[in-house]
Design a protein around this ligand. Sequence first.
Ligand code: NAP
Length: 280
Amino acid sequence: MTEFRQYNLAGVMGWPVAHSRSPMIHGYWIDHYGLSGAYVLLPVAPERLANALRGLAALGFAGCNVTIPHKVPAMHLVDRVDAFARRIGAINTIVVERDGTLSGYNNDGFGYVQSLCDAKPGWRADVGPIVVLGAGGAARAVVATLADADAREIRLLNRTPQHALDIAQAVGAVVKAMPWESRNDALADAALLVNTTSQGMSGQPPLDISLAALPQHALVSDVIYVPLETPLLAAARARGNTTVNGLGMLLNQARPAFKAWFGVMPEITPELRRRIAATF
Ligand code: NAP
């Protein structure tokens, strides 16, 4: 049988997908490392997802990213899902294996934790209590990765309590689901605050929270990257906290996928960061 993957071809499958920065990120690395290949937009409507995924191997793709609204359905269409992605319940990366079968992964959590380490070298998840706001898809990846990185206590607060309880049940006793109304008090003695809600995103109202109880040494991060500085990060910076925006997560989650498809673990150069930031 003809071997698959004769050419370095990858892409991002979503609907809509035109706004994705992934072609720019992977395209930059393809040029930077002098590789032959391409990373393209793959606009695929939900009803065509199964056929599109089945076609990847025949088209010679090394794999693809999957984004909204395919992250959950794609998990049920690939041949195998790595244990971490199964725990999260969603995939964002697909690798076409040499025999043409598809493997699914989720690199969002890796991207998040790596972005903290980039911003604060030597950062560790076990330095103190962590407060996570929100319990959607991004929160699932962030909470599971922080737990795997030996976090001692993760306080999880969400507008809809059941979503926080679901994550606590899936991840384990280190996660304490708390009422959304207690978010101001939950910040006392926290070492890390992370916003994974959509509040503060461009077009959305700011997150409704007071940082008064948050220690000044706490790291404050937001997974949102449009805008690069959300009202939460601006308020945290103004009172002296170190802040980390969502751009580092976006860039870092792309690295293991690039390695799987193109064989090089790519670096985030200042130029790449600048180029992507300039698009927001
Ligand atoms: P999602 O699954 O739709 O979850 C949205 C979360 O926001 C839920 O917890 C939701 O609470 C909460 N929320 C929505 N409106 C709210 C309000 N008015 N007050 C309080 N909470 C509210 O979305 P997601 O995929 O997790 O994405 C969330 C954010 O992360 C987006 O801004 C996205 O762009 C960003 N993101 C960034 C990266 C990156 O690489 N940097 C990766 C993934 C996502 P309920 O459960 O009560 O609805």
